[in-house]
Design a protein around this ligand. Structure first.
Ligand SMILES: CC[C@H](O)CC(=O)C(=O)O
Ligand SMILES: [Mn+2]
Length: 340
């Protein structure tokens, strides 16, 4: 039986920005965009890893201005729609207007799982600009399903047309995804999306669980290029959903070519599940903290896993990147006291 449709959204050029230390060149973006367009990927996202306006000392400076990258991607894609991510408090109304002028069709307004209230203004603006509008709830493992539902209802009431549940830490297990997406399906009427990270090697399994429970939009990245161990692998997802009898509209060989002939050629390291990214999934730490934790571990001579475990215990959230260095410094101090 081949009927059920799902919509794939590729985040290589946004979540992959974390893994690239925000150093995408215009040529890389053009090549990936052309590959995704050729493969028939219906949506792909282009922004700084931390969303519009993310280029900063706190999150890392972009090598090339994201508006230039969005405009370049637009030139390469006639059919694929371009999404941008925005975190209220980082990206401004002006950033959103500029992204729309540069060619964005969709805006995903991202907040921590308990903070949907702060998305209202950006969702309303996005709707007024005529953009497809998504509410994107991050770090979903940190709240019970009742809170997820309450927050999703808020996003829907502000005008979100799609609500995403985001496993930012790659910490959710398949039965938890099933339970949460089922509850979303029963409680909101807009479409549901799911975004995974592969820190526990569960991104594909969790994405299947989400779709079987009612998600219609699913994120992936080519060769998993994304924060932590990366995302559900786009080209694998195209193959798996085809085997499961879903229609994606994506051409398998072309999307494999984009992954292997384009992205694999410039990615700085393979997206493996290392000791650290495994701990991120295990302890529930924001995937984009990975490279910061590695840097902090090196600077203070401590085990990066210790830093991540403590960040998990502290329930650190996005925006608290400076905490990573404070925690590393504290661990180093404690270790020095023990030696004395
Ligand atoms: C910092 C934004 C973040 O990378 C968004 C995202 O993809 C996630 O929470 O997984
Ligand atoms: Mn992500």
């Amino acid at each position: 039986m081949m009927n059920k449709e799902i919509t794939m959204l590729d985040v290589t050029l946004r979540d992959g920005s974390h893994s690239m230390r925000h150093a995408f060149t215009e040529q890389q973006v053009r090549d990936v965009a052309r590959g995704l367009e050729k493969a028939g990927i219906p949506y792909f996202e282009v922004s700084h890893g931390d969303g519009l306006g993310g280029s900063s000392l706190q999150y890392g400076f972009s090598r090339v201005d994201e508006l230039k990258l969005i405009a370049a991607a637009r030139e390469e894609s006639a059919n694929s729609k371009i999404s941008v991510l925005i975190l209220p408090g980082i990206g401004t109304r002006k950033d959103l207007e500029n992204a729309a002028s540069a060619g964005a069709n969709m805006v995903r307004v991202a907040t921590h799982i308990t903070e949907a209230d702060v998305a209202k203004q950006h969702i309303e603006l996005s709707r007024n600009l005529g953009l497809e509008t998504v509410g994107f709830l991050m770090m979903a493992h940190m709240a019970p399903t009742s809170v997820l539902i309450e927050q999703a209802k808020k996003l829907e009431s502000y005008g979100a047309e799609i609500v995403y549940m985001t496993d930012s830490a790659g910490a959710l297990l398949p039965h938890e995804v099933t339970e949460k997406v089922t509850a979303l399906r029963e409680n909101i009427s807009c479409k549901i999306g799911f975004h995974a990270h592969n820190n526990l090697s569960l991104a594909m399994a969790n994405t299947i669980a989400a779709v079987e429970a009612g998600a219609e939009f699913v994120d992936g990245s080519l060769r998993c290029l994304g924060a932590g161990s990366g995302n559900t692998q786009t080209e694998v997802m195209a193959a798996v959903f085809s085997r499961l009898g879903y229609k994606t509209g994506v051409d398998l060989y072309s999307v494999m070519d984009a992954a292997n002939d384009v992205v694999a050629k410039f990615m700085p390291r393979p997206q493996e599940i290392t000791g650290s990214s495994l701990i991120m999934g295990y302890s529930g730490v924001y995937s984009s903290f990975l490279l910061f934790a590695q840097e902090a571990a090196e600077r203070y001579g401590v085990d990066e896993r210790e830093i991540l475990v403590q960040l998990g215990q502290m329930q650190a959230v996005g925006g608290q990147e400076d905490l990573i260095f404070e925690v590393a410094q504290q661990i180093a101090k404690e270790q020095a006291m023990l030696v004395k």
